[in-house]
Ligand binder design. Structure first.
Ligand SMILES: C[S@@+](CC[C@H](N)C(=O)[O-])C[C@H]1O[C@@H](n2cnc3c(N)ncnc32)[C@H](O)[C@@H]1O
Length: 372
C-alpha cells in the first residue's frame, strides 16, 4: 500500500487515515471526517447493546469497527472489498493493540456465511445491495444500522431512482428529508417482513447529507405482521399543505380544499426512534468520551421529544412567508399551539420546523394569527 497517512483521534481511538483526498470513491481508502458523529452514534449504540459479534461490513479504514473494538470492547469483524482498506484496518488494529478480524470479501459473501448480533452498513450511496443478506444474517434481538447517502433518490429529486432502489415513490415537499428517512426505514421493514421478521426503529436521524437508522430485529410472522402495520402512504396537498398518512386501499384523490392529493410511499408511518433508547443514548453521551458528544446529546434529546408527533413537520417560517406573515419565534409559536389545545415540538430535521399535532386549519390559523 502506497498511501500517505496521518493520525487522527476519534473518541478514545487513534486512527491512521489517508491524507485528505477529495473524499470520492476513487480515493485509495475512504475516510470522511464529516461522518465522525455517525461513528460516535454507532459506538454509543454498540456500547448500550454490548453485542457479541459486531460486523462493520463496509469498513474503509476501519474507523467504526476499530472504535467499537477499542471503546466498547466487543468482538468485531471488519470487511472491505478493497485490499488497501483491509491493510489499513490491520495497521489501525495494531496501533490500538487490538485483536480483530479483517476480511477482504464482497459484503454479501460475508453475510452469506456468518451471523452477527450487530451489523453496521455504511455504503457509498444506497445500502439496498446488501439489505436482504443483512436481514438474513442478523440474530433475533440484534441491531441493524443502515446508512444511506443517496438523498436525491430518497428525497424526491430523482423519483425514478427511488422506485428502482426502494420500490417507493418519493415526493419533493418542504419536509422532503423526513420523507426520505421514512422511505429508508419502510424499505428495511419490508425486507424484514419478506424474511418473516419485524423491526423496531431504536434511533434514526438525518444529518448532513445522509440518513441513518438503527433497528432492532424480531423474528416470526407475528413480528412481521406488526411491523407492516407501520407501513403506509403519505398524502400531501401542495395547495393547503395538508399532509396525512393513509393505507393503500384508502388513498383519496382530492384534498378537503379541493386540490389534488399527491402520494409518497410506501414509507414508515410510525415512530423512528424509541424514547427510552434515546434516553439511554443521552446518558451515554453525557458520561462517555465522544468527539461530538455534545452535538449527539442534543440530537438524541430532540429526537426523543419529537416522537410525540408522527405526522411530518411544518417549516413554519416557510409557511408564514407564503401567507405574507412575519415569521415568529419558535417559542412563541409552541406556546400558541398549546393555547389552541395542540402540541408542537421542535424537530432535528429543520431548525425552523415544528411537528404539530393538529389539523391543517389550526396549523395555519395559529401562524396567521400574527397577520398585521
Ligand atoms: C463509505 S465507505 C465506508 C466508510 C467507513 N464505514 C467509515 O466509517 O469510515 C464504503 C466502503 O465500502 C467498500 N465497498 C464497496 N463495495 C463493496 C462490496 N461490494 N463489498 C465490500 N466492501 C465494499 C468501499 O471499498 C468503501 O471502503
Amino acid at each position: 500500500m502506497d498511501i500517505a497517512l496521518k493520525e487522527v483521534i476519534e473518541g478514545r481511538t487513534r486512527l491512521l487515515v489517508p491524507v485528505e483526498g477529495d473524499m470520492t470513491k476513487k480515493d485509495p481508502v475512504f475516510y470522511n471526517p464529516v461522518m465522525e458523529m455517525n461513528r460516535d452514534i454507532s459506538v454509543a449504540v454498540a456500547s448500550i447493546a454490548k453485542p457479541e459479534a459486531f460486523c462493520d461490513l463496509l469498513a474503509g479504514t476501519g474507523a467504526r469497527g476499530i472504535r467499537v473494538a477499542n471503546e466498547v470492547g466487543v468482538p468485531v469483524l471488519m470487511n472491505d472489498i478493497n485490499p488497501d482498506a483491509v491493510e489499513l484496518i490491520k495497521k489501525n488494529a495494531e496501533l490500538n493493540k487490538l485483536s480483530v478480524e479483517a476480511t477482504c470479501l464482497d459484503a454479501n459473501r460475508v453475510l452469506a456465511d456468518r451471523r452477527f448480533d450487530f451489523i453496521d452498513i455504511d455504503p457509498f450511496g444506497t445500502p439496498v445491495r446488501c439489505m436482504d443478506s443483512a436481514v438474513r444474517a442478523i440474530d433475533t434481538g440484534g441491531i441493524l444500522g443502515v446508512t444511506a447517502t443517496d438523498t436525491a433518490a430518497l428525497c424526491g429529486s430523482s423519483p425514478r431512482a427511488c422506485v428502482k432502489k426502494y420500490a417507493s415513490t418519493s415526493l419533493r415537499t418542504d419536509y422532503y428529508n423526513e420523507l426520505g428517512l421514512r422511505i429508508l426505514i419502510g424499505f428495511v421493514a419490508s425486507i424484514a417482513a419478506r424474511h418473516e421478521k419485524g423491526i423496531t426503529p431504536l434511533f434514526s436521524h438525518c444529518t448532513h447529507h445522509y440518513f441513518k437508522t438503527y433497528v432492532k430485529m424480531k423474528r416470526g410472522p407475528g413480528a412481521a405482521t406488526e411491523t407492516l402495520k407501520n407501513l403506509g402512504y403519505l398524502q400531501h396537498c401542495f395547495s393547503c399543505r395538508f399532509r396525512g398518512y393513509e393505507k393503500l386501499g384508502n388513498l383519496a384523490a382530492t384534498c378537503v380544499c379541493g386540490s389534488k392529493l399527491h402520494n409518497c410511499g410506501p414509507l414508515w408511518t410510525g415512530r423512528y426512534a424509541e424514547p427510552d433508547f434515546c434516553r439511554k443514548l443521552q446518558k451515554e453521551f453525557s458520561e462517555g468520551s465522544y468527539g461530538l458528544g455534545k452535538e449527539a446529546l442534543a440530537l438524541a434529546k430532540t429526537i426523543e421529544l419529537e416522537q410525540a408527533v408522527t405526522l411530518p413537520y411544518y417549516d413554519v417560517h416557510k409557511v408564514a412567508r407564503s401567507m405574507g406573515v412575519q415569521p415568529r419565534s419558535m417559542e412563541e409559536l409552541i406556546k400558541d399551539y398549546e393555547r389552541a389545545g395542540s402540541r408542537a415540538v421542535r424537530t432535528h430535521f429543520c431548525g425552523t420546523g415544528l411537528r404539530i399535532d393538529a389539523g391543517i386549519s389550526i396549523v395555519s390559523d395559529v401562524i396567521a394569527s400574527n397577520m398585521q
